[in-house]
Ligand binder design. Structure first.
Ligand code: GLC
Length: 490
């Protein structure tokens, strides 16, 4: 390949350290795919209270101990430690920011796990983290060719780089990937002087008289991406989806692009999935049977081969269609199906889901937790996978479920439209049952159709083949990122 580039990939969460959603998987798999293309890429993220240093082999680096990080007129110490993420083929270095008050003393990433509510000082926490990123580069004398930021949590970085230290980072280009436009880091009362930004820089972080951290990040980045072409189009054409930032993005012109995420094919691979007791050998049917029995046993139900088990793994929130699910359960359970749902959310929502679980205890199981191992078992053990998302920037779980032969049932929106192919029963082509209207009748119809097809063994086998034959590797999109980087360096 041409000259490899040095890249710092900055994120608020990364598998296997900490994960609340797909961004953690992307922050693990994309850097490795870029490493495979030859780049010198490192990642950086904060260490939250639940991340074990021992289990994750996080070590101190002498030079990066007790770095004073300016926060307004005061300063707060950060100790940046070192670790690495890897799969059997590839390894990527990770810098981990530690600080007691902002991160280590708290159990959640963004939310207080007790209440499910956001921490009130999130803007300050991530301003601090963002500042540690630039201070670390300066201390190391490492000015990477690119800093690749992810989401509003890292969107102060472009402001620091261009607005405070432009001279030092002269040759560094900035890329920002937005995983969800509904999360913009909007705050009424964040004290901007903590950033040390001059007035001019501050002004780019304001939208409708409110602080909007994502907006400034977009402004100061050289290139902005989101996680699928379908979602990118929705953002540009539909005000509702862009959450007010459509104009900022239109100004980017050809420097805004939707690139479909990929998956790490070591971690999400039925043949070598270390989370599973029953890996796939030669026979898919046996794999599904063993895992379904295992999952049913864990739930405490009795295994019934003719009742399709529908898996769901999702945060409990508006985006993921939790309310639509709750409103539709009665109609859904007129069909002979069972549903298992794994996920966390706000206290009120979780309570409502738990109440429904009680009501339909023989058909509906709710695991109120975040559990990576169980997530793998649900993908492996369910027959279908339901994603009634109101909107979906990408939707990695649709990819995972296809790889594990769990046929998706999805609301056809955003990235999902790029991932799935609707099933045509006559030609037996396609891999997913879709519904176009976000409402109970349409969703129930899709589930009903799926349940009917499940009875047709030959058809079902074909659908599973269609799904498991799809290619969701990073190869195409990582290549595209690499091209974007190189284009920026010119
Ligand atoms: C966010 C989006 C999801 C996407 C993930 C990774 O969690 O909601 O659609 O798959 O980011 O980009």
């Amino acid at each position: 390949m041409a000259k490899p580039l040095s890249i710092l990939f900055v994120t608020s969460e990364a598998y296997p350290y900490i994960k609340s959603g797909g961004i953690a998987d992307v922050s693990y798999s994309l850097p490795m795919a870029l490493r495979d293309l030859g780049h010198d890429i490192r990642i950086m993220l904060p260490k939250y209270g639940t991340v074990s240093e021992r289990r994750n082999r996080i070590h101190e680096i002498n030079r990066l101990r007790d770095i004073p990080i300016p926060m307004g007129k005061l300063s707060e110490p950060a100790t940046v430690k070192s670790s690495s993420v890897f799969n059997p083929r590839t390894k990527v270095q990770a810098y981990i920011t530690t600080n007691l008050t902002y991160f280590d003393a708290l159990k959640g990433i963004y939310h207080d796990p007790k209440t499910g509510k956001e921490f009130p000082n999130n803007a300050e926490r991530f301003a601090f983290f963002s500042r540690t990123v630039v201070e670390t580069c300066m201390l190391l004398g490492w000015y990477p060719d690119l800093i690749h930021c992810n989401g509003w949590h890292t969107a102060f970085i472009p402001g620091f780089v261009r607005g405070l230290f432009a001279n030092k980072f002269k040759k560094t280009k900035l890329v920002l990937t937005i995983h969800n436009f509904k999360q913009q880091g909007e705050y009424q009362d964040f004290n901007m002087s903590l950033t040390g930004f001059p007035k001019e820089v501050q002004s780019h972080y304001i939208q409708n008289k409110k602080i909007n951290i994502l907006k400034g990040g977009i402004y100061y980045s050289d290139f902005v991406t989101t996680v699928s072409p379908g979602y990118a189009k929705q953002i540009l054409t539909d005000k509702e989806h862009g959450g007010g930032l459509g104009t900022s993005l239109k100004e980017k012109g050809s420097r805004f692009l939707g690139l479909l995420n990929g998956i790490d094919t070591y971690t999400w691979n039925p043949r070598q999935d270390d989370y599973l007791k029953h890996k796939m050998r030669s026979d898919f049917e046996e794999f599904k049977y063993n895992n379904k029995v295992e999952l049913i046993k864990k739930i405490g139900w009795e295994y019934k081969p003719d009742v399709p088990l529908i898996g769901m793994i999702s945060r409990l929130e508006e985006q993921k269609g939790t309310q639509l699910l709750l409103d539709s359960l009665e109609a859904i359970f007129k069909e002979k199906v069972q549903i298992v749902l794994l996920g966390l959310g706000e206290q009120e929502t979780a309570k409502a889901v738990a109440k429904a679980e009680k009501k339909y205890s023989a058909k509906f199981k709710f695991f109120d937790e975040f559990n990576e191992q169980l997530a793998h078992l649900i993908e492996a053990g369910s027959d279908m996978f339901l994603m009634p998302s109101l909107y979906e920037p990408c939707g990695l779980n649709a990819m995972y479920s296809m790889v594990y032969g769990s046929i998706p049932i999805v609301h056809l929106t955003g990235g999902l439209a790029n991932i799935v192919t609707p099933i045509d029963q006559k030609t037996m082509k396609g891999n997913t049952f879709v519904f176009n209207k976000f409402d109970t009748p349409d969703m129930v119809l899709a589930i009903k159709t799926a349940a009917k097809c499940f009875k047709d063994k030959e058809l079902w086998e074909t659908l599973i083949k269609n799904a498991t034959n799809e290619d969701f590797t990073w190869s195409k999109s990582a290549q595209k990122y690499s091209e974007i980087y190189k284009e920026l360096m010119k």
